[in-house]
Design a binder for this molecule. Structure first.
Ligand code: HXC
Length: 257
């Protein structure tokens, strides 16, 4: 592949992106994040892929944005480059994106995991927003996504003290979906992604869009949006097949997957 900071492969219908800057604990420099976004967009456009997994190494999912790349910049430099703007592309991927997190997910690493749709954590995972120790704060949406995920009390604690939470606390707080033994992390994340990929992509796109709408609008508008998506799905072959298969007591064969 043409990537320098990530590894890209497929596992069946799952597109797997692995952060691969081991010497820097997968610190996220601009080049790495642009590669992640490009690889994710390519999988999003590939009809053979139904779900994506983003992972790091056993020691670090990612230890943050690359401090060495940012350290000497001025506020004018950061603004002129619109630093982090290109990284948001990940949130425009429409296929489900699973983060498989082992070891450190700190700073931008935690924010990157939260840009994914669900997080499967190894029992070794540690999440934190230590930016406060560097004289800065989150810059990739962390203050917003963390607060929505874990609530004000835990988000303030993490943002103001910089303390790390372990996988068990992260699950208890609602930051991660599941905690699994570290040596099974990738297999379990691929299993989740394979199950997601086995369903109709028309429906999974709608499900992802519907949940994300909960973060961006009122209850009334969100419920209305869900209703419209629900009605629209009755125009897909996969709705006909899914419901017919149930009535006929057989497994569905979805066309759009
Ligand atoms: C650049 C980093 C890095 C980072 C680690 N490294 N984190 N380089 N940016 N965020 C580098 C180290 O400099 C070191 O390089 C190598 O990776 C190994 O790290 P060590 O510190 O030697 O490992 P260890 O002692 O095991 O400690 C692990 C650690 C520590 C606790 C995760 O590395 C750490 O505290 N890292 C910084 C965490 C952090 O503050 N993250 C937030 C970044 S700010 P050398 O060359 O010395 O071997 C941020 C802003 C977000 O994310 C804004 C939006 C994206």
């Amino acid at each position: 592949s043409t990537y320098e900071n990530i590894l890209v492969e497929t596992r069946g219908e799952v597109g797997l992106i692995t952060l691969n800057r081991p010497k820097a604990l997968n610190a996220l420099n601009n080049a790495t994040m642009l590669e992640v976004v490009a690889a994710a967009e390519a999988f999003d456009a590939d009809p053979a892929i139904g779900c994506l997994v983003l992972t790091g190494s056993a020691k670090a999912f990612a230890a943050g944005a690359d401090i060495k790349e940012m350290a000497d910049r001025s506020s004018v430099d950061m603004d002129a480059a619109d630093w982090f703007a290109g990284w948001d592309g990940l949130t425009r991927v429409r296929k489900p994106l699973v983060a498989a997190v082992a070891g450190y997910a700190l700073g931008g690493g935690c924010e990157l995991a939260m840009m994914c749709d669900l997080i499967v954590a190894a029992d070794t995972a540690k999440f934190g927003q230590p930016e406060i120790n560097l004289g800065v704060i989150t810059g990739m949406g962390g203050s917003q996504r963390l607060t929505r995920a874990v609530g004000k009390a835990k988000a303030m604690d993490m943002m103001l003290t910089g303390r790390m939470i372990d996988a068990e606390e992260a699950e208890r707080s609602g930051l991660v979906s599941r905690v699994v033994p570290a040596d099974e992390l990738l297999d379990r994340a691929i299993d989740v992604a394979t199950l997601i990929a086995s369903r109709s992509q028309v429906a999974s796109r709608a499900a992802k869009e519907a949940v994300n709408t909960a973060f961006s609008t009122t209850l009334e508008q969100g419920v209305l949006h869900e209703r419209r998506l629900f009605h629209a799905l009755f125009g897909s072959e996969d709705q006909k097949e899914g419901m017919a298969a149930f009535v006929e007591k057989r497994e569905p064969t979805f066309r759009h997957r």
